[in-house]
Design a protein around this ligand. Structure first.
Ligand code: ASP
Length: 347
């Protein structure tokens, strides 16, 4: 079998940093020196090519335009490599992974994001293991020489998660990600155990790359006693084309008159509202309680078990890639690339 080739793309984040002894602050390493920090890379069977984005950034600075750039970069190199590893800050990694899953639909090659909680230059870094295993996953093939993973995924602390199903759940633990509504795609122990049943397979022959994302998407989290008067301005169709609302439990919201009026007016003017839950796991079921029946009645769309990251980026994708509102609503209700669980008779 031919040697696998993996493109390693450094975008920034803790993994590529080192402590500056003079200032005691973290600064980006020269990525060319990655082999000095992780000499194991030289021993890989896989051919690894490293590139860095022009200006590596802390992932808090990520913008939809950076996601589009990454998708374009992968498109450019898609036929040359067997897999891709993106080194990325962990803070917004789940957003980038979700966005890429929509921008690159039907990939037959692994696109693995990883990073670390401790810089690669520190003794106890988690970055070395994350990087090495991510490369191994990105180059793994089955007996027919097809990539085992054919989707955008996040590898962190011995677990591989579907990119549009996971979220960062800890600021301090090495186990920084979780995917409560979807099983891990693989667990790395002595061997990497793939959860074959859950690996995504697309019906597309070739990937479809998109280079458009709409930025006028809002996110609104309710809480008991929310002073809705202060938030009224948010529900403005000129400023936001769609709003994700994070509600309680299985999609419930208080019978706050101003809140209901804001939603009604906004939807009436053509805005789209998607309801997702603030809970870590489980899904929205509008009308299970009286406190959510109103939302369904006025046309709020159930986001079922979408993560916040997937809900926001799915809307960004749909708004700039589809012709009309009817189509957007249709696609919001179905699973496009593994982001949502479809359960019969549950809206
Ligand atoms: N602030 C960093 C970032 O997200 C944290 C990390 O890399 O884990 O870029």
């Amino acid at each position: 079998m031919k040697k696998s080739a993996v493109l390693l793309i450094y975008t920034g984040g803790t993994i590529g940093m080192i402590k500056d002894p003079e200032t005691d602050r973290l600064k980006a390493i020269d990525f060319e020196l990655i082999y000095d920090h992780v000499p194991e890379l030289k021993r890989f069977e896989t051919e690894i090519t490293c590139i860095s984005t022009d200006e590596p950034i802390d992932s808090s600075e990520m913008l939809p335009s950076n996601w589009v750039d990454l998708s374009e970069l992968i498109k450019e190199h898609y036929s040359t490599y067997d897999g891709f590893v993106i080194l990325h800050g962990s803070d917004t990694m789940a957003y980038t992974a979700s966005a890429l899953s929509f921008l690159i639909q039907g990939t037959q090659k692994p696109i693995i994001l990883t990073g670390s909680q401790l810089p690669i230059g520190t003794i106890r870094t988690d970055g070395r293991e994350n990087l090495i295993t991510a490369i191994e996953i990105a180059s793994a093939k089955d007996k027919f020489n097809r990539s085992i993973v054919q989707e955008v995924a996040v590898y962190f602390e011995y677990s591989l998660y579907r990119g549009n199903r996971c979220s960062k759940i800890s600021a301090n633990q090495f186990e920084a990600f979780q995917s409560p509504n979807f099983p891990q795609l693989a667990v790395a122990g002595v061997n990497i155990a793939y959860n074959n049943e859950y690996l995504h397979r697309s019906s597309l022959q070739n990937p479809i790359f998109s280079n458009k994302l709409h930025s006028k998407i809002g996110l609104f989290k309710i809480y008991p006693g929310i002073p809705m008067e202060s938030y009224k301005e948010l529900f403005n169709i000129e400023r936001l084309s769609a709003i994700v609302i994070e509600t309680f439990g299985s999609g419930n919201a208080p019978a706050n008159k101003t809140f209901q009026e804001c939603l009604k007016k906004y939807i009436g003017e053509g805005g789209i509202v998607v309801n997702i839950t603030q809970c870590n796991s489980g899904f929205v079921q509008q009308s299970a309680y009286a406190t959510s029946a109103f939302l369904k009645k006025i046309g709020v769309i159930s986001g079922r078990d979408l993560t916040t990251e997937a809900a926001v980026t799915k809307l960004m994708y749909l708004f700039d890639n589809l012709e009309n509102k009817k189509e957007i609503i249709q696609l919001l209700k179905i699973d496009l690339c593994g982001e949502m669980t479809m359960i019969k008779n549950k809206e």
